[in-house]
Design a protein around this ligand. Structure first.
Ligand SMILES: NC(=O)c1ccc[n+]([C@@H]2O[C@H](COP(=O)([O-])OP(=O)(O)OC[C@H]3O[C@@H](n4cnc5c(N)ncnc54)[C@H](O)[C@@H]3O)[C@@H](O)[C@H]2O)c1
Length: 333
């Protein structure tokens, strides 16, 4: 089967290898000529410099990518997803299945990628939508280390199709779900908590604080998933707590690293610019804060993070305020 991937960075090119391992032909579209050259001529992953299958091809042409396949994997930073889809929609000749693997919330609108796809892709060009997410560092998947993902769609046949497309019995186990809101929200909001985890680590705090944060952080993600209409159990699954565990405790996470630099004393701008790739968790913190206000729900960690990323409090003050909140019982629901 042919598969098109929009965005050939860390994750897009890694998934190209998974799909190739599974017997598919992949065409990647990227705007970075250096990446395209590396993939086509050197057969190297553009970030990790590891050899990838020669059959993986890359192009800068959106039209070529649109014609190549009826399966479109979306793997660009969420801030450019709308623009890319808007351009793509004009080039589509046959209906497409959209598989979103990016984990973010649109900066200006706080919309999820499923909402952006509905707005930008005409009905006649749309065959289905799947959110594919979970605890998955590209650095490990490219080495074919055991990983799990969840394939979520309103249409059970689309979720099943993508499960079978990506599942690899040697190293990648894919589950299905019918909860697109829960999977997309879990994937985006875990980045917010991962930034906080990095901040705590940068401040010199240890494993106890991290376990505290992950456990109370997942409660906030569950709250957000719930008010947005997703299922609470999704937040306790691979795309929620699973992804939070892997992101909040790994130097492979750009969100964790960004937080770490804030915790060590960099300004927010310095910390964002210290990471070469896009740090989607900053926007997730802002979106989480707005959701908390809109639905009038308590999100103390997200709110403290919001104060820090907006320069209203430094990390030490925010932590002091969190620890001096009124004492509570450990209620989850
Ligand atoms: N890296 C991971 O381990 C990983 C794992 C799971 C999910 N994700 C998610 O996947 C998404 C992409 O992450 P990544 O790590 O691959 O990022 P990345 O920065 O490595 O790659 C993004 C790619 O998109 C390309 N791009 C940017 N604007 C474009 C445009 N207008 N048109 C076409 N291509 C464009 C860039 O050139 C780059 O190659 C993020 O939402 C991330 O959260 C990443």
């Amino acid at each position: 089967m042919n598969v098109s991937i929009l965005g050939g960075g860390s994750w897009g090119t890694t998934l190209a290898q998974v799909l190739t391992d599974n017997g598919n032909k992949v065409l990647i579209r990227d705007i970075n000529e250096e990446f395209i050259n590396k993939i086509n001529n050197k057969h190297l992953h553009p970030f990790f410099d590891l050899t990838i299958p020669e059959s993986i091809k890359a192009t800068s042409s959106l039209e070529e990518t649109a014609l190549f396949s009826d399966i479109i994997v979306l793997c660009v930073p969420t801030k450019v997803t709308r623009m890319v889809l808007h351009d793509l929609n004009k080039l589509i000749k046959t209906p497409k299945l959209f598989v979103n693997v990016s984990k973010g919330i649109e900066p200006s609108t706080s919309k999820r990628v499923s909402e952006i796809v509905k707005e930008e892709i005409s009905k006649e060009n749309f065959k289905g939508y799947v959110a594919l997410s979970g605890p998955s560092h590209a650095e490990e998947v490219i080495l074919r280390k055991v990983t799990s993902l969840v394939s979520a769609s309103d249409d059970a046949s689309c979720a099943k199709f993508v499960q079978e497309l990506f599942n690899n019995e040697k190293y990648l186990r894919v589950y299905t779900s019918d909860d697109v809101i829960g999977v997309e929200t879990g994937g985006a909001m875990k980045n917010a908590i991962a930034i906080v985890s990095g901040v705590l680590y940068g401040m010199g705090l240890g494993e106890n604080a991290r376990a505290f944060l992950i456990t109370r952080g997942i409660k906030e993600i569950v709250t957000i998933v719930n008010v947005l209409g997703g299922k609470m159990e999704t937040a306790y699954g691979l795309a929620g707590i699973g992804d939070l565990i892997v992101t909040a405790s790994s130097m492979n996470s750009r969100n964790f690293q960004c937080g770490l630099n804030i915790g060590k004393g960099m300004t927010i701008d310095e910390a964002i610019h210290s990471i070469t790739q896009n740090v989607e968790g900053i926007r997730a913190i802002e979106a989480g804060y707005e959701i908390g206000k809109k639905y009038n729900v308590e999100l103390p960690i997200i709110n403290a993070a919001y104060e820090v990323v907006n320069g209203k409090e430094n990390a030490k003050e925010a932590l002091k305020n969190l620890l001096s909140r009124s004492l509570k019982s450990e209620k989850y629901w």
